[in-house]
Design a protein around this ligand. Structure first.
Ligand code: PMP
Length: 316
């Protein structure tokens, strides 16, 4: 095989729920996950009826392109259907963008690091190196993972903007020249396991991306779920935002200082973050640890209260 960059680090999975349950000595269903930045419950349209027509024709290849889904996404994003590229999650499109814009001998720039690790992985898998000078393409995450901030848009072009959390922030880079926006159905739409994402770009860029991808990156089951999501109307993020602010207040109440967030998660700087992560894990609460912080996804109110109680205890 072609060697990978000496700097290459593979994607690191969080601990499974089964393993977390074993560590905590509880049943898997009792584990509360605050680490995935996904909603706590499946959406109403995730029903057997939604996928029944696709199942009835599951033995057949679908006609490529999923035109009904592309039209619905284009309406949602306020662009023409020729500007949409579908993928198996935002990850698939980030990998596509990296290999379309960069290759061996090229440099890919990633701004606001540490950020979503897949940007680096995508650059390395394209054969490029990650650096700051003379970049062939720049990646940015806006709103930013892991801090939740709505960071300023970089000036560099071409630019790939990961807008996985844009519904929570209400701001977008769609429409800017030489910018590819990558979005997902995994967050506000609650369809992470269905693996549906899309890129929005100028029509000529979108068609260049399309010819470089897997001819059928989506399943008909996933396409049916994503179409149902869009037909249900724009996701209502207001309750999550209100609960995020209540959780932030609660965190301040136990002496912590979460950063202001425009997403469905909070970044909470604290000392001994890894030990704090381990202690929460033993209570069946899984957060995302960083060197000097934990990141917590907004969960149901009762789950958030359990997290606050556990943090208060471990503060004292
Ligand atoms: N981008 C960011 C910034 C993310 O946080 C995530 C998921 N953690 C993704 C992309 C992945 O999205 P998808 O499930 O659509 O591949």
């Amino acid at each position: 095989m072609r060697p990978l960059s000496p700097a290459f680090t593979e994607y690191g999975w969080a601990m499974s729920t089964a393993e977390a349950a074993r560590v905590a000595g509880i049943e898997p269903h009792a584990v509360l996950r605050f680490d995935g930045n996904t909603p706590p419950d499946p959406p109403g349209y995730a029903r057997p009826e939604t996928i029944a027509p696709a199942l009835a024709e599951i033995q057949r290849y679908p006609h490529g392109g999923f035109p009904a889904l592309i039209d619905a996404i284009a309406d949602y994003a306020g662009v023409g259907p020729e500007q949409i590229v579908l993928g198996a999650g935002a990850d698939d499109l980030l990998l596509l963008c990296a290999r379309a814009f960069a290759g061996p001998g090229d440099v890919v720039r990633v701004v606001d690091e540490p950020t979503y690790p897949l940007f680096r992985i995508a650059a390395w898998l394209a054969g490029a190196e990650v650096g700051d000078e003379g970049a062939a393409v720049t990646f940015c995450c806006r709103p930013h993972n892991p801090t939740g901030a709505l960071t300023p848009l970089p000036e560099e072009r071409p630019l790939v903007v990961d807008e996985a959390y844009h519904e929570y922030a209400g701001e977008t880079a769609v429409g800017l020249e030489h910018v590819v926006v990558v979005r997902t159905f995994s967050k506000a739409f609650g369809l992470a396991a269905a693996r549906v994402g899309y890129a929005v770009a100028a029509a000529d860029t979108a068609s260049e991306l399309r010819v470089r991808q897997d001819p059928l990156p989506l399943t008909t089951l996933s396409a049916a779920l994503a179409l149902a999501a869009l037909r249900a109307g724009p996701p209502d993020v207001a309750p999550t935002i209100a609960e995020r602010e209540r959780l932030a207040d609660g965190l301040r109440g136990v002496g912590l200082e979460p950063l202001p967030s425009r997403t469905n998660f909070l970044y909470v700087p604290l000392d001994g973050a890894r030990q704090r992560y381990e202690r929460l894990l033993r209570s069946g609460l899984v957060v995302r640890p960083f060197d000097d912080a934990i990141r917590v996804t907004v969960h149901r109110p009762e789950a958030n209260d359990r997290l606050l109680a556990a943090l208060e205890q471990s503060n004292g």
